[in-house]
Design a binder for this molecule. Sequence first.
Ligand code: T46
Length: 134
Amino acid sequence: MNFKIIRFQEHGDPRGQLVALEENKEIPFKIKRVYFMYDTLKDVVRGHHAHKSLEQILFCVHGSCRIHLDDGTETAEILLDKPYEGLYIANNLWREMYDFSEDAVLLVLASELYDESDYIRDYDEFLKFIGKKK
Ligand code: T46
């Protein structure tokens, strides 16, 4: 399945930690958009969609949450709870974000501008799109 957890370098010193991210260096694409979510209510599940071409890296820069990924054959559950770890998600992966801690801030770097036509919000349609269902 086309995802990976990337551990980014921390520039720690006696003052604390700093993580720096540059497009086409630490981040393997040009960053066209940044968004973040917070104050997510307990038991909320976000996502429930795939993207036709968007690539993203998700960071839980505060608190924790879990990500469910599905490529139509396999699934994976990933815990994000370290601000220096990013989850790279390629296109054509169904994703759901859940189990947000009360203090969770989920930050996302995206390879494209917001485009509703890039979303597949129906699971059967997703399976058809990736050729796993007739
Ligand atoms: C994804 C996961 C990880 C915008 O206007 N611009 C934006 O860039 C985004 C991301 C959203 N919106 C609007 C569209 C909706 O009215 O914000 C509202 C909530 O978006 P959505 O329901 O798509 O949020 P999530 O948390 O289900 O999904 C988001 C991203 O949309 C998606 O690309 O992969 O986070």
